[in-house]
Design a protein around this ligand. Structure first.
Ligand SMILES: Nc1ncnc2c1ncn2[C@@H]1O[C@H](COP(=O)(O)OP(=O)(O)OP(=O)(O)O)[C@@H](O)[C@H]1O
Ligand SMILES: [Mg+2]
Length: 243
């Protein structure tokens, strides 16, 4: 949990610091797309058509409410990908290929973030094959640690078989309620297990972060002074520094 919130707000913070940033929404829920105020009309092409090879990436990129931040939008039609993609050749490399053929467009961006769907299926594999680094939001709750182990083994498997240059950029503890002992224990566990992999920034549980998507805005444009906005600016600094 926290993937889309992190994708939107980290990308927006970097864009507001003057970087050109692209988000690729790989989820049929289209939370990143809608959360940035973009909505595909019936029949309008988005990420699905790019994966199917029917459209060039450059043809579907949209600007959003944040200057400097663009998005490759998704829509509920993307649910069709789970039926169509498995039948295609190079099914794990569809996104990688689409990005490679759009190199001249992508060179305008300093960061490309790919927002993954909830399951570790073919779309997530496509994202991991196309990416060179993975940012893993970890919810400060006990069961999050189990999901983390599963994700780490998926990343390792993709690295071994499909994308040797893949690495974990970092784990970011999110939805932190510092008043609860359990949340602090979980944060401690994460830092003990992954000392060199944990971002210093911790994203607090913050109601403005949950409200912002319904306004089609990142939190920094809804309430630039709230704790959620501060946290994602700090995280953006860490990500920018790590290169
Ligand atoms: N730091 C936070 N404080 C408060 N609410 C949060 C925070 N981070 C995320 N949320 C809320 O928790 C819910 C899940 O977060 P989010 O959509 O970012 O998770 P996700 O990993 O993208 O989920 P999915 O796997 O369904 O795509 C959303 O309603 C979001 O607004
Ligand atoms: Mg999501």
């Amino acid at each position: 949990m926290g993937k889309t919130t992190t994708a939107i707000n980290l990308a927006a913070s970097l864009a507001q610091s003057g970087e050109r940033v692209l988000i690729v929404d790989m989820d049929a829920q289209a939370n990143a797309t809608h959360g940035l105020g973009v909505r595909l009309a019936e029949g309008e092409p988005g990420v699905l058509e790019v994966l199917l090879g029917e459209r060039h990436l450059a043809d579907v990129i949209r600007a959003c409410t944040v200057p400097g931040l663009d998005i490759v939008p998704s829509s509920p039609d993307m649910a069709g990908a789970s039926v169509l993609l498995p039948e295609m050749d190079e099914r794990e490399r569809r996104l990688k290929r689409a990005l490679a053929t759009a190199e001249h467009v992508l060179s305008e961006y300093s960061f490309v973030f790919i927002d993954c769907p909830p399951s570790l299926g073919l779309l997530t594999v496509n994202a991991l094959v196309a990416a060179d680094r993975v940012i893993v939001p970890v919810q400060a709750e006990y069961y999050a640690l189990e999901g983390l182990a599963q994700l780490m083994s998926t990343v390792a498997a993709v690295k071994e078989r499909l994308n040797p240059s893949l690495r974990i950029a970092g784990l970011v503890v999110t939805m932190m309620d510092p008043r609860t002992t359990l949340a602090r224990q979980v944060e401690g566990e994460i830092r003990r297990h992954f000392p060199s992999l944990s971002f210093k920034t911790v994203v607090p549980r913050n109601v403005r972060l949950a409200e912002a998507p319904s306004h089609g805005l990142p939190v920094s444009m809804l309430d630039p002074r709230c704790a959620g906005s501060d946290a994602y600016f700090d995280l953006a600094m860490e990500v920018a520094e790590h290169g």
